[in-house]
Ligand binder design. Structure first.
Ligand code: 2AM
Length: 188
């Protein structure tokens, strides 16, 4: 794409205490046993809208649209239990799920989607499944036992902003650069 500024997505960054709590839970239960390409804790986030390669004009329009959007109030979400896409018996993506707060996240994702459309992006057709990716597994594996071993945690954390990230893909794995953060509960 001409004039691309990179591969962008909008997500919810995880607060440091929740990041530490989840890392501790994994260390206590399945240390060293996560299969596939494991996402390091600094990379953990919940994607609200993946944009792919974006040109400068649309990036700037999106920054304006998100800055001017009413993204709604802050809210709490609870990270709980692991799951897998497409299914635990043949997992390609291992994730931590969202319990309380998943409806609020869905509403937030739809507000972000509105801003994306305002900025000229095509509508997102895929349904929103809030999740926090822990590992990408090729070829897929059965993670049923592993999911069971981690079960039973609840990590409550506040969602108070959304972040526009730039994804840098490299041989050492992905790195996510924060381009801009937009606070919830603030109307500009
Ligand atoms: P994932 O966590 O489910 O893999 C940065 O790559 C973020 O954008 C990740 O959270 C990833 O979701 C998401 N992402 C990457 N490629 C995507 C695609 N083609 N469609 C939707 N989401 C994608």
């Amino acid at each position: 794409m001409v004039g691309t500024v990179g591969r962008l997505f909008v997500g919810v960054d995880l607060a440091a205490d929740a990041r530490h709590a989840l890392a501790a839970r994994l260390a206590d239960t399945v240390e060293g046993r996560l299969p596939g390409k494991v996402a390091p804790p600094p990379n953990w986030h919940v994607t609200l809208r993946f944009l792919g390669d974006v040109d400068q004009v649309r990036r700037d329009r999106l920054l304006m649209a998100l800055a001017g959007a009413d993204l709604g109030p802050t809210f709490d979400m609870t990270l709980t239990n692991l799951g897998a896409f497409p299914k635990a018996a043949k997992a390609a993506v291992l994730w931590a799920g969202v319990a309380d707060g998943s409806v609020a996240l869905e509403v937030l994702a739809s507000r972000v989607e509105e801003a994306c459309r305002e900025a000229g992006f095509d509508p997102e057709e895929r349904p929103f499944h809030p999740h926090l990716t822990l590992s990408r597994i090729r070829p897929p594996q059965d993670v049923t036992g592993l999911i069971r071993d981690v079960e039973g945690f609840r990590i409550r954390t506040r969602v108070d902003g959304v972040t526009l990230f730039k994804s840098h893909l490299g041989r050492g794995g992905a790195r996510y650069e924060v381009l801009e953060r937009f606070e919830l509960g603030v109307r500009s």
